[in-house]
Design a protein. Structure first.
Length: 780
């Protein structure tokens, strides 16, 4: 192929071919279409996303859509709200120096011609050629491809199809074909699931698309948690595990987006969104089957196209992008119609232009019928029914024989495979769901490298079901995925914490916190409603705090203590206290955006531990070391959007919901220090006194002795739990109280344990408080 020296626009396959064929030095400047586009139209700096989010109150997802289209926008009016918004955003970025064009590239264009080799003729490419032609000669080269007539193989189901493909790959490998020369196209999540397993059974590695969202990883959880605590990213990086596979990725994000001097808390939601898109690290081998599609395949390469089914291939595009088809055409980008035409053309070119190609489709998946693609008829391709042979993988052979044996036993369906192969070695109906204890040496190594840390949330999981703790905390299967309720909670906590700053500005605080937590328009609606709740709550709290003698208020108090090879830690949302004669008088308040019930029932069985855990933490507070601590009350304060009756006073309805729910010390001397109006309290739910001076029947009152007993009990329970965790005691054990099994109801690992009735532990409802201490039916 004779080419003029200068710019060559082609794909990587063509680039390698040109370099191989030209032994002499040539002044070729290779660029892909995307690289050329960026040089001609310009590109934004990474940190541009933050300006768009801040200026236009966009979610990060919406801001990324803006940045995707901004390079194609011209500085003019479009008479389209979305396009004009993009034009305004582009001007904003240009003025801020966050959008650059490569002016030197235009100068170089005048010196060299530009050759386009086998580049698809799209509206996008035509626009590029028009721009380039104003500066230099444009040369178009389109090579004629060879034509082949492949056969299409039909399989009863997706599993049979995948087995056949791997059998064929195994045969190619035996013949000396490198795995790097083998490709599988159209691998969606269903195919990936099967191929991932077959790769192990056949010992033939495959480079599948990495599963995304690393928010479930310990390092991601730790990083996001530290964003709320640390003042700089430098401090956060110093606390992360530098040996983690993801440490460098996180550090590069900070550097690439110029966040070194920024406050981590302001960018927490950005990192959460980035982590959602980040792929898990995968093992790499010198030879692997590839699933990355190419435009061209050489004569010594082998291509398998699976799932040639209707709706799957050719891929169908709809008019559901951020910009609709009409708007896309205005900025010379392909519409859904253009993309569908190109999708079909590319598929047909690959089918007819690849020498070594295997094409297949399935008739069903998970009992759902699948139809063949229309292009099979259109291209008049021959179709052959096929079945996967046995003898390539013992593991897969046993699985298939097990399925056939099940059909024989349950439905009396005979099978040729069972007549041909011996299935007597299969252990039919022998599954045991019980937890198999981990090697103690491995656990010891784990806790040696990363000492055990326990919090209320983790201990709640352990007492609910040890196996759930094992899956969540030891195997790390938990996914950090804050739903809207969790984001509302984070938003509320942040604003309430800010409200105690001397320079507190409600509007600024809500705007900043909303930006970090509200991800879309639906979120923003509920966050706006929550703003009014928070505004009233802050006023409500201030009115009552002004009457209280507990004039020291600490927020987000982080307390931890070490004992018996573990650390117990937690955060108290609000700690109110005063010091008199070297004694501490304190109240604990925890904000809750949920339906938590306040109770001490079955606390000895591991239930309702939240408030007792805070009491234990307060007793270990280093700041109060050596001082007697008098706990006046432990409370939850609900911060919820509630249904309001518009015919009644809105503020009064909210204030009723704001009342503190929890347990108050049985002391007429201590309570007035916190709530002088406790005789008919408007601050503490259900707290009032009778004419006789006794507390009302419904008041949640607890004696000092019971508080001490509760602290000792929880301390002992946590110590015992830590021993069981370090000893690997993670049996499947679900506690059932009077027919209610809350541990299993919302468990993320329900499908892992295969729980049986033998795993249930039935408990009676047990009250911790004596009847004279107060009502303990719980507060909704």
């Amino acid at each position: 192929m004779k080419l003029k020296e200068g710019f060559i626009i082609c794909d990587s396959y063509m680039k390698e071919q040109i370099i191989r064929e030209n032994k002499d030095f040539k002044n070729y400047i290779f660029l892909s279409v995307n690289e050329l586009e960026a040089k001609l139209l310009g590109r934004h700096k990474p940190e541009a996303i933050f300006l768009l989010v801040d200026k236009y109150s966009l979610s990060y997802e919406e801001a990324e859509e803006y940045l995707r289209y901004i390079p194609y926008i011209e500085d003019r009016g479009y008479k389209s709200l979305r396009l004009d918004s993009l034009a305004s955003a582009k001007r904003l970025l240009c003025d801020a120096g966050l959008f650059d064009k490569d002016d030197f590239f235009i100068y170089r264009l005048n010196q060299y011609p530009m050759s386009f080799i086998d580049i698809d003729d799209t509206v996008q490419v035509r626009r590029i050629k028009d721009i380039v032609s104003a500066y230099t000669e444009v040369i178009e080269i389109n090579n004629e491809a060879n034509k082949y007539n492949p056969c299409v193989y039909e399989f009863n189901d997706i599993y049979e199809e995948c087995l056949y493909v791997y059998n064929e790959i195994a045969e190619l490998y035996k013949k000396g074909v490198s795995l790097n020369k083998i490709y599988i196209n159209n691998v969606d999540k269903d195919y990936a699931f099967i191929f991932r397993r077959l790769a192990k059974g056949y010992n033939i590695p495959i480079n599948l698309p990495a599963d995304a969202n690393i928010n479930s990883l310990a390092i991601a959880n730790e990083f996001l948690m530290l964003c709320d605590i640390e003042k700089s990213f430098k401090d956060i990086l110093e606390k992360l595990n530098i040996n983690s596979d993801y440490y460098k990725y996180i550090m590069n994000l900070i550097i690439d987006y110029n966040l070194e001097e920024k406050k981590p808390k302001d960018y927490k939601s950005f990192f959460y969104e980035q982590f959602k898109k980040a792929g898990f690290k995968q093992e790499k081998y010198t030879e692997m089957v590839s699933t990355i599609a190419k435009k061209h395949y050489s004569d010594d390469e082998y291509l398998f196209i699976v799932g040639l089914n209707l709706g799957a291939l050719p891929k169908v595009y709809k008019d559901d992008e951020y910009l609709n088809d009409e708007e896309l055409s205005l900025i010379s980008l392909p519409t859904s119609v253009d993309r569908n035409i190109k999708s079909k053309d590319n598929l047909m070119n690959t089918l007819l232009g690849t020498k070594n190609i295997f094409v297949s489709y399935k008739k069903s998946i998970a009992s759902e019928e699948c139809l063949p693609s229309n292009c099979i008829i259109e291209l008049k391709l021959e179709v052959k029914a096929a079945n996967a042979a046995y003898g390539y993988s013992k593991l897969e052979d046993d699985i298939r024989l097990g399925v056939e044996y099940t059909r024989l036993v349950k439905y009396n369906q005979e099978s040729d495979a069972l007549n041909k192969y011996d299935a007597s070695h299969l252990k039919f109906n022998s599954f045991d769901n019980s937890y198999k204890r981990i090697d103690q040496r491995l656990l010891d190594e784990r806790f040696s490298e990363k000492p055990l840390r326990i919090s209320y949330s983790s201990i709640k999981t352990f007492f609910g079901c040890p196996f759930a703790y094992y899956a969540d905390r030891i195997l790390g299967l938990n996914e950090f995925k804050p739903n809207m309720a969790a984001r509302l909670g984070t938003f509320s906590h942040a604003v309430l914490e800010d409200s105690y700053n001397d320079d507190f500005d409600f509007n600024e605080s809500t705007k900043k916190s909303k930006l970090s937590n509200a991800t879309d328009s639906k979120d923003r609606f509920y966050f706006t409603v929550m703003e009014e709740v928070l505004r009233d709550l802050i006023v409500y709290n201030r009115e009552h705090e002004e009457k209280s003698m507990l004039n020291n208020i600490e927020r987000e108090v982080h307390i931890e203590y070490e004992a018996n090879e573990f650390t117990f830690e937690g955060y108290i949302d609000k700690l109110m206290y005063t010091i008199i004669n070297d004694e501490i008088y304190a109240v604990i308040v925890d904000y809750k955006t949920g339906k938590d019930v306040v109770s001490l029932d079955n606390v000895a069985d591991g239930f309702n531990l939240q408030l007792p855990c805070y009491m234990l933490l307060l007793s270990k507070y280093e700041k109060f070391k050596g001082k007697k601590i008098n706990i006046i009350g432990i409370y939850l304060q609900k911060v919820n959007i509630i249904a309001l009756d518009n015919s009644m006073d809105i503020v009064a309805q909210r204030e009723k919901a704001f009342k503190l729910q929890g347990f108050t010390i049985r002391s007429h001397e201590l309570i007035p220090m916190f709530d002088p109006e406790y005789n008919k309290s408007t601050y503490i739910a259900k707290l009032s006194t009778l004419k006789s001076g006794d507390f009302s029947k419904n008041a949640n009152i607890i004696s000092n002795e019971k508080m001490d007993e509760l602290i000792s009990l929880v301390d002992e329970m946590i110590n015992n739990a830590s021993k069981e965790i370090r000893n690997g005691s993670f049996d499947i054990l679900s506690k059932n109280i009077e027919g209610k099994n809350s541990a299993c109801s919302f468990c993320s690992y329900y499908d892992l344990c295969y729980k049986t009735t033998d795993n249930l532990k039935y408990l009676e409802k047990k009250s911790f408080l004596e009847e004279s201490d107060g009502d303990e039916n719980g507060l909704d």
